[in-house]
Design a protein around this ligand. Sequence first.
Ligand SMILES: [Zn+2]
Length: 559
Amino acid sequence: MVIGGMPALAVTFEPLFDSQQNVTSLAVTVRCDAYSVQANQPFLTMRKKEGNFDLPKYDDATNRITASDDKGELPLKKDLDAGALVQTWRASRASEGQIVWTFIAPPRHITETTPGGARSDLRLDQGGIIGSFNYFFPRPTPSYPEQQWKVSVSWKLDHAPAGTRAMWTFGDGSITRSRLSTVDDIIHTYLAVGPLQGTTRAANDGISDGYGTYWFGELPPALLGFEDTSKDYFQKLSALYQDPLSATNSYRIFIRRADPQVSFGGEAFLRSYCLEWSTEEIGFWTPLSIFMVISHEMVHNWALLKSAAEGPSGNDGRTTAWYNEGVGELHGITLPWRFGLISTVDMIKALNTNMQAYYTSPKINMSNADVVEHEYEDSNVQLLLYNRSTVYSMLIDIKIRQATGGRKSSDDVIIPLSLRRLRGQSHDEAEYRECLKSLLGTDSDLDDMLRGNLVKLPSSWPGFPLQLIQHDRHMFTRGYTTEEDVVTAVVKGSRAEEAGLSVGDHIISVHGVGDCIRDDSALLKVVIERGSQKVEIVFSPRSRDLVPCWQWVEQTEAT
Ligand SMILES: [Zn+2]
C-alpha cells in the first residue's frame, strides 16, 4: 500500500572483499518510505528462475533477508510453495514507518559447462562484480507496473581498496543517483563495482557524462576501439528514434569476461546493455560480427513490444520476442548500412547468415508458442526464434515499401511504437497489428509466422540493391541423439556416423553448435570419453539432402 504520496526506495550497495581484495558479493540495504505492508500480505517477491538459471533464494541460515521498521525487527516468512514460479516473503505483522531490509547479493557460480542464457546474472569478473538488479533484487510488492517511485542508488566504498569504482546504468558511484522510476525499470538496469576500467568523466559537453563503457581487466584486441565507433553509432540511432542522448538521458555499456564459460553476446536492458565475451569464443568473431551484436543490443533500447503475458516479473516475457529480436536484427543489420557504416557486401553477409540458419533449421515449422516454451532447451529452437523473426521482419519491411511505392517502410511501424513506449502509452501486439493493418490492410503475415508457416520473401527489396536467389543448402542436423550425455542413437549414413561417433559414447563437451547453425561450413567438435581416453570427433552437422534456402545477392545493373 502506498501512503502519503510517492513511495521512495533508497538502495545502498557495499561490496564485500576477500583477503586478496577481490569482490566476493554485494551487501544490499534498502530503505523504503511512504510505503507500508499488512500482516501476512506479500511484501517482497522475486522469480525463482530467469530463463535457464536459478535466482538466489535467500533462505539459508547465512543469507536471509532481514527487515526492520520503526517498531524494531519486522519478521519475514517465506512461502514454501515449491510449485510457485515466484518466491514471496510476507511480513508477520503490519509495518510502521520506514521499512529497511538487508541481504547479501551472491554472484552466480560459473563453470566451463554453464550453458548460455540471459546475460543478466551477477558475476565475479577479474576482481570485481557485475550484473543486473534482475538477478538479485526482490521487489517490494505490490508494485504496479506504472507506479512511480523515488529511487536512489548509493555506494558505500569506505572499506574498499584504493582504485575501487562503482557504476550503475544511471551514473557513477561517487555521488548518490536519484530518479523517478517504476520498480520494473530499476530491475532492468546494470551495475558493476571493483577495479573498474573505462570511461572517465570527460569534457562537459553534455554527452560525455551520459555515455560510458566499463569493464574489468584488459579488453581483448577485438574489442579495442569499440568505444568510439559505438558511441558515434548510438548517437545516429538516437536521432532516428527521436530520443537524443544527454547527461540525464544517459546510456552505458557494461563489458564482462565470461571465462571459463564459453560465451559471446549481449543483453540489453534499460538505457544500457551487457556485452559478454570469453577467451575461447572471441577468436571466432570478426569486427563485422561484433558490430552486428552491438548494433542489435542498441536497437533493443527502443524497439521493444510489450509482452502480452505480463508475468510477475514485469516485461521479461518472451511472447513478443519475435518482434524484439526480429527488429533487433533487421535494424541492427540494415541501419549500419543505411548510415553508410558498413558495405552492401557486409550487410548481405549478415542478412544471409540469418536466412541460411532459418531455412536450414530442423525446427523451421515449430510454432512461436512452442519456440518460446522451449527456447532454452535447444540451440536450434533458440536460434530459430532469432532467425525466423529476422526473415519475417524483412518481409514486413519489403511489403510496406512495395505497398507504399517506397514512401514508407517498417520504420513507420517501429519508430511510432517506440515513441509510444517512451511516452508510457500502450505498445503491445494489438498496437503492432493496428499499425500493420493501416499500412498493409492485413496482419495475416504475423499469424502465418506465429503458426510456423514458411516465411517466403519477395524477389527484390525496394530501397535496397538486393536480389533474392534460391540457393538450396544442407539442413542442420547433429545426426545423433543423447540421454544424459550418453549417445543413444546415431543416424545411419549421417556425417556423425562417418566421423566415428557410436552408441554408448559418453559426451564430455560439444563445441560450436551456434557457429554451425549460423555457418553451414563450420564443423562441430564433440569430445567423448572412450574407456580412459578422450577422443575428439569433428564433423559437419548437416544433412546429405538439400532443403530450399534463399539468399540475397547484390543487384547487378542488368537486372
Ligand atoms: Zn536480442
